[in-house]
Design a protein around this ligand. Structure first.
Ligand code: NAI
Ligand code: MG
Length: 499
């Protein structure tokens, strides 16, 4: 019998944050940190404390990884489709809780409910349904090695997977790791991001109504204190990480010491190229989606470098600014709000620093939208989005990942030059191309150095579309059947000699 019993839906995020305060979820139980320590969870729209999270350390990691290793024996032995059915059932229950999860993630991250948080909660549920249905695809091969031998391959789970996730899209990014890992027969320990620990804990609690104890565990805590011991724990056989390049390298080095595989989804500085023949209405709408104005630009695929043909540059910038100006910044929980807040004061300072560096380098900062005038939000981490024009390609905002509502628009005339400029980046995550000319679209999509390239649209990550970067944007792909097979199983060869 499962220790997390049927939990009642709670769509009041303030009381739910209190209800979830101070816990990890280990071995099917809500437990406090071994040290008894907690840290505050703050509403970035007001600066008020709304709850607490358990401050995990090596002792909690050991407890969770040990429980996960114990649970993995029975979980692996279960027929794949049975596991798939349980994961699909998790997805179904999460789908019923979209409102609850959306409101809570809006409270802890400051992402607007209507434009971002509710959408993210439904993508989370959908990812579990998607992967649950792929369970019977964990198939092997027969190999024509020798007629006297039956040579087959089977896919086996790795064991215990450690997943380290960030705060910008915590639900979706967690789902794209946990769902394939579980379906493939692994058990999981997640280390949540310190800025967004509560909604993912709620997800784990809802899933523990369905899953056997120890199959899915979650810890909150800081990177060095809780993330690092998870990577180095002897029971953990695989690390999947989403976050900064800097931390990705630290995680990767620690995993190398144990010789375990890592998947890394890191940053980006994604180009958008708008050719002179592009449908301008579509391109401007695509830029609004691409810059992620509604998420204050806190996205690894944000279109943070926009190259526009000189013939349409001024018109494009004017229309983009007008659209951004029309967006309403305000309380993330209000249905009328388009744009919420930045996640934390550190991140806000980082964004402000980049805007200043862009101005110092001679760029023109076009500030968009309006700060909210509600006095209740005066301590909120709001910032006006900035569209830089006339900025040099060498200025820090043109080159470095900001993870804020800042984009740089550059003018181009020459095709070869714009492709070279777009590829002149240490990153290679996403890119978009806007043109009605088939030859231009074909050539550009082939030559752009990125893992995810789109023409005349700007969709976000979707289940069944391979997602991940090249260069410093990461190692390995997510969101597909192949991602489950490649990153959460190993292939075993078995030979029967029949002679
Ligand atoms: P981060 O990469 O430091 O944090 C991501 C996760 O790694 C968190 O759960 C954190 O606790 C954990 N972590 C930190 N140090 C660790 C360590 N030594 N061992 C194991 N785990 C560790 O990112 P952070 O500090 O939240 O944001 C910094 C910048 O990173 C952002 O401004 C943005 O540029 C980038 N970023 C990119 C993301 C993406 O989606 N690719 C997501 C979040 C941040
Ligand atoms: Mg960090």
């Amino acid at each position: 019998m499962n220790m997390v019993s049927k939990i009642t839906q709670n769509t009041d995020p303030f009381s739910l944050a209190k209800e979830l305060s101070g816990f990890h979820l280990i071995d099917g139980e809500m437990v406090r940190a071994a040290s008894g320590k907690t840290f505050d969870v703050v509403n970035p729209a007001t600066g008020e404390k709304v709850g607490e999270a358990a401050a995990g350390d090596a002792a909690d990691v050991d407890r969770a990884a040990t429980a996960a290793a114990r649970a993995q024996k029975a979980w692996k032995a279960m027929p794949a489709r049975e596991r798939g059915k349980l994961v699909t059932e998790c997805g179904r229950r999460l789908m019923e809780r979209v409102e609850e999860l959306g409101r809570l993630v809006a409270l802890e991250t400051g992402k607007a409910l209507r434009t971002e948080s509710r959408v993210e909660a439904s993508v989370l549920a959908d990812a579990f349904v998607f992967y649950g249905g792929l369970a019977s695809e964990l198939k092997g091969e027969t190999v024509p090695f020798n007629p006297d031998m039956l040579t087959v391959t089977v896919r086996e789970p790795i064991g215990v997977v450690g997943a380290i996730i960030p705060w910008n899209v915590p639900l979706m990014l967690m789902a794209l790791k946990v769902a394939p890992a579980l379906v493939a027969g692994n058990t999981v320990v997640v280390k949540s991001a310190e800025e967004a620990p509560l909604t993912v804990l709620r997800v784990c609690q809802i899933m523990n109504e369905v899953l056997p104890p120890g199959v899915f565990n979650i810890l909150s805590g800081f990177g060095p204190e809780c993330g690092a011991p998870l990577v180095s724990h002897p029971a953990v056989g695989k690390i999947t990480f989403t976050g900064s390049v800097e931390t990705g390298k630290i995680v990767s080095k620690a995993a190398a010491d144990k010789l375990i595989p890592v998947t890394l989804e890191l940053g980006g500085k994604s180009p958008m190229i708008v050719f002179a023949d592009a449908d301008l209405d579509k391109a401007v709408a695509g830029a609004v989606a691409g810059v992620r104005f509604t998420r204050q630009g806190q996205s690894c695929t944000a279109s943070s470098r926009i190259y526009v043909h000189a013939d349409i540059h001024d018109e494009f910038v004017a229309r983009l600014k007008a659209k951004a100006d029309a967006m309403k910044m305000g309380n993330p929980l209000d249905e009328s709000t388009d744009i919420g807040t930045i996640i934390s004061t550190d991140q806000l300072e980082k964004v402000r620093g980049y805007i200043q560096k862009g101005v110092d380098a001679g760029g023109t900062a076009n500030h968009c939208s309006q700060l909210p005038d509600d006095p209740a939000l005066k301590k909120g981490l709001f910032i006006q989005p900035v569209i830089f024009t006339d900025i040099s390609a060498d200025a820090p905002p043109s080159r470095e990942e900001i993870f804020g509502p800042v984009t740089c628009v550059f003018k181009f005339t020459d095709y070869e030059e714009v492709i070279a400029a777009a590829n002149n980046s240490e990153y290679g995550l996403a890119a978009t191309v806007w043109t009605n000319d088939l030859k231009t679209a074909m050539d550009a999509t082939r030559r752009l150095e990125a893992g995810f390239v789109q023409v005349n649209q700007n969709l976000v990550v979707q289940p069944n579309l391979s997602y991940g970067g090249i260069k410093h944007s990461g190692l390995g792909k997510e969101a597909t059947l192949e991602a489950m097979l490649e990153h959460f199983t190993h292939k075993k060869t078995i030979i029967f000699n029949m002679k």
